[in-house]
Design a binder for this molecule. Sequence first.
Ligand SMILES: [Zn+2]
Length: 323
Amino acid sequence: MDRLIETDRTPTAVIQVDLDGLWAVRRCYGRSGRPEDEDPVYREAVPALLKMFSDLGIAATFFVVGADAQIPWKRKILEKVLDEGHEVANHSFNHALQMGQFGRQQVENEILDCQKTLSETLQVQARGFRAPGYSYSPQVLEVLEHNGFWYDASLLPTRWGSVLRWIARRISTTPNSPVPQFDAGAGGHKTTRPFWATEAGQGVLHEKLACESRPLVEVPVSVTPRLRFPMHGGIGFLLGKRYVTEAIKAIRRSRHFLNYVIHGMDLVDGQRWPVTSGWKQRWLFGGTGEIRLKFFTDVCSHIREHFEIVRTDRWVEQMRKGA
Ligand SMILES: [Zn+2]
């Protein structure tokens, strides 16, 4: 049984942004790309998000891929993210989707290479981590805890993992390539509320905890309360504003914590920057940048009406103090 973290009376929300560059998103769908390529996620989406957050008075958490932070012009944009009071967290070095199946050494490389890059280029010690494609394992949690991370945000507690995986494969330009996103249903039995990651049935991990260290917190990505269908980012955009705002209201009514996730790519005009091809592209990445920005602005201001929005690291710090 997961030991839940008691959240207080004020409903709290965090807003997290995955800054996978265009190259990383294209690789998710079977195409190629390199971090140094021209990139509308950094060039267009980040400035739009910064303006939106500033207008709404929101401090967010940006999950950054290490290979992007190494590119000088992208680094300058990340410096702006920090200047404006947002948190920068770790989203692995190469954005490899199979992290849940990696051995210990590979997991360490992915997490620690990104951590080193963020520290050298931005002087940031990231406190949080999200595995690419929500694919993680007890080893990932162990590496995080041993390296002083405060929280993990890789859990997407949906029961629809296998369906989502099937769709992702259909959308891919190379349907047979082994690039599964979403942990095929593995998170479906997990709680949708934040919990102590290393005490959640991970007995081995718990034994390895040093007495003085504080346990790692899992901050799950929010899904709809009953059906547990994803509501974040591009999936929410496809299903429409009413679907997302009703889900947010239901989470508010049940006094659950809200972790709303946006991808930088969600704000990019898919006609100009294709990720896949044909109908798949039109269906999945339709809508101009403006229409998309309007959608996420409306959703974020709806969240602001109903929740107190805090930076993830600050919220986790409070929880750990009381642990
Ligand atoms: Zn990602």
